[in-house]
Design a protein around this ligand. Structure first.
Ligand code: PMP
Ligand code: GLU
Length: 391
């Protein structure tokens, strides 16, 4: 019997970042020598003190249901962090703890959008944004920025994309997939448009911990007093603290939004794993040296990968200032991004993510959240692959 699925799920695609990363892991498990530049996942283990805090909570019997919005102590720690690090004045009641940053974003789209509401998303964008909008019956409105503007949009582009139906602008800096970071001046200029047009902005700040070359991260909600009530912040522990599998994120915003997200969560996922939340408290409340150590390792890997990718014939790639991705334009190879990535995996066992997943079919994303030996081996293979195609 053919099962008819809801139209809602028929209009979205499976996450390509997760699918390709899983394929690379399976190939490795099958004994194939795969170099994976696919996953946006730090290769480091979670720092020991964070694991110890969760273990202790488990021992102490923190194994029961908790409040749907999260453990009060964690919500307090997050509020403190947002105030001291980002200049955002939220109380614990303005925060909901979620199953990862992805779940924060999903919750927000669900509580904010009515059918036909528009959400402005700059491309290249993280793969899940448009799909989440569609799952909430909203309409993604894509504005594109190319390598010539460092993959950053201008205030004019934002202004021109806003219609009476626009509810939300999705702003991700440092960006996945481009690694670009908007300067404080650029953030302020975009914030002005958000205020002038009286829309909301979602600041996805999951990569704020990973910056290079002195790049500065300004949270868009802190750009002016006018924008603060229009801003919703999404963040998490996955990238900065290497806690991808813990599934811990949070959303901060006005009481109406956080209460609505809590209602949604109370009927969907309930609270995030109780003892895991104690690991998150330790992450925020302990020394941040572990974050810096990982950042320094990423900085070294970035240098190697960037130099080698830029030297490839036909490749162009602006210098990313954050996150752990190189987003290279491969247009001159004559292949689509999917053809390129399929052939690269098939012939050379190197996994990368096609730019089409991020709305830029002439680009490919290489993650350097892996060790230097793998980076060098994978780049040797990539070089061989590209040279064979360009001759
Ligand atoms: N936003 C961006 C831009 C991301 O790259 C990711 C990576 N998964 C997420 C949100 C969600 O992260 P997580 O759900 O693992 O916390
Ligand atoms: N965000 C990471 C990436 O872009 C992890 C995979 C995912 O959640 O999509 O690769």
């Amino acid at each position: 019997m053919a099962i008819k699925l809801a139209e809602r799920i028929e209009r979205v695609n499976l996450s390509m970042t997760l699918a390709i990363s899983a394929k690379a892991k399976t190939m490795k498990a099958d004994g194939l020598d795969v170099c994976s530049f696919s996953a946006g996942e730090p290769d480091f283990d979670t720092p020991a003190h964070i694991k110890a805090a969760a273990q202790q909570a488990l021992e102490e019997g923190k194994t029961k249901y908790g409040p749907a919005a999260g453990e009060p102590k964690l919500r307090q720690s997050i509020a403190r962090k947002l105030k001291t690090k980002n200049g955002l004045e939220y109380g614990p009641e303005n925060i909901i703890v979620t199953n990862g940053g992805k779940h924060s974003l999903y919750n927000l789209m669900q509580v904010l959008l009515d059918p036909g509401d528009e959400v402005v998303i700059p491309a290249p964008y993280w793969v899940s944004y448009p799909e989440m909008v569609k799952l909430a019956d909203g309409v993604p409105v894509i504005i594109s920025a190319g390598a010539e503007t460092d993959y950053k949009i201008t205030p004019e582009q934002l202004r021109n994309a806003i219609t009476p139906k626009t509810r939300l602008f999705v702003f991700n800096s440092p960006s996945n997939p481009s690694g670009m970071v908007y300067s404080p001046e650029e953030v302020r200029a975009l914030a002005k448009v958000v205020v002038e047009k009286d829309i909301l902005v979602l600041a996805d700040e999951i990569y704020e911990y990973i910056l290079y070359d002195g790049a500065e991260h300004l949270s868009i909600g802190a750009a002016s007093s006018e924008i603060f009530p229009r801003c919703i912040v999404s963040n998490g522990f996955a990238k900065g603290y290497s806690m991808t599998g813990w599934r811990l994120g949070y959303l901060a915003g006005s009481l109406e939004i956080i209460q609505a997200a809590t209602t949604l969560q109370s009927h969907s996922t309930s609270n995030v794993c109780t003892f895991a939340q104690y690991g998150a408290i330790a992450a925020l409340e302990s020394s941040q040296d572990c974050v810096e150590e990982m950042r320094l390792a990423f900085a070294e890997r970035r240098k190697v990968m960037l130099e080698r990718v830029r030297a490839l014939p036909g490749f162009t790639c602006p210098k990313p200032q954050g996150a752990f991705y190189i987003f290279a334009n491969i247009g001159k190879t004559g292949m689509s991004s999917l053809e390129f990535c399929n052939a690269l995996l098939e012939e050379e066992k190197v996994a990368a993510i096609p730019g089409v997943a991020f709305g830029s079919d002439d680009c490919v994303r290489f993650s350097y959240a892996t060790d230097l030996a793998t980076i060098n081996k994978g780049l040797d293979r990539l070089e061989r692959f590209v040279r064979s195609r360009m001759n």
